[in-house]
Design a protein around this ligand. Structure first.
Ligand SMILES: O=C(O)c1cc(C(=O)O)c2c(n1)C(=O)C(=O)c1cc(C(=O)O)[nH]c1-2
Length: 263
């Protein structure tokens, strides 16, 4: 590897705060929660609009269409993580995430439930699953997440899922806000989120306990904090792209789905 490449490979995941001493496990947890409090995507203006009923139907459609790609790639990224686990007990726990999204059979699982939302919003399934209409930035951000878990340490890969610590709050805010504001969504089309209310805390509790147990040096703790910061950036940049394309100034890039155009 060239010197330039070697220094890239060793670069921190993100501009994360690096502890200058070993934090206790509880201090590490507090530092992780502090990152979430400042950087999680519940704070993004696009989400604030989505949850408070300030988007129109096409803007909500754009969100659901793009987010399908995140949903579809989550089991791909989890399969990469499982493939790197040498401990059967760990694999047994992590593989549940893949089952949750893929289901045990056709017509079951989180991806299918997401497609019920895009069905409800009037997109043909073949268009959604082709991912032809998503924003380039959605693709880049989601791919960056998949690459991250392949290339970084297992500890960082596990820690990058820790945004889920903050998911239950945003989900309850989202579902209540959307049901109260939009007549084009229903409890049925938002059913994806019902299961996430129990899955996300179960998954996040495990990942948090793993990170607290295995980040045993300041460098490992910095890596864990960097992984969460990176993941917040993955989520935030997807909303930046949606906002730019569909809210302000409203400039969908060439090839991306355009309101009013045939899907
Ligand atoms: O609705 C949301 O805001 C939200 C956020 C996140 C997250 O924080 O990464 C996930 C999900 N949903 C989700 O549904 C999901 O399956 C999921 C998996 C993961 C992950 O990193 O493994 N995050 C998330």
């Amino acid at each position: 590897m060239s010197a330039a490449l070697a220094s890239f490979a060793a670069a921190p995941a993100s501009a994360a705060p690096a502890p200058d001493r070993l934090l206790s496990p509880d201090e590490l947890e507090a530092a992780l929660r502090d990152i979430g409090a400042r950087r999680y995507h519940n704070l993004h203006p696009f989400h604030r609009r989505l949850h408070s009923g300030k988007l129109d139907r096409d803007q909500v459609r754009a969100w659901a269409l793009n987010r399908y790609y995140y949903q579809a790639m989550i089991p791909v990224k989890d399969a990469s993580i499982v493939a790197r686990m040498e401990d059967a007990a760990l694999r047994r726990i992590w593989r549940q995430r893949i089952v949750d999204h893929d289901g045990e059979a056709e017509g079951d699982g989180g991806i299918e439930r997401w497609l019920r939302l895009t069905d409800g919003l009037g997109f043909p399934r073949a268009y959604v699953t082709s991912t032809r209409g998503i924003l380039p930035a959605t693709r880049f951000a989601v791919e960056a997440y998949v690459h991250f878990v392949r290339e970084r340490t297992l500890l960082e890969a596990i820690a990058s899922s820790l945004t889920e610590l903050f998911a239950p709050t945003i989900i309850s805010e989202r579902v209540a806000g959307m049901l109260g504001s939009y007549d084009f969504v229903s409890k049925d089309t938002l059913a994806y989120f019902d299961k996430r209310m129990t899955q996300a805390p179960r998954d996040a509790d495990f990942a948090l306990a793993y990170a607290k147990e295995h980040a045993t040096t300041p460098a490992l703790q910095a890596a864990v904090l960097g992984a969460l910061t990176f993941k917040c950036d993955v989520l935030w940049s997807q909303l930046d792209a949606l906002h730019h394309a569909y809210v302000d100034p409203g400039l969908p890039p060439p090839g991306a789905w355009t309101p009013g155009a045939e899907a």
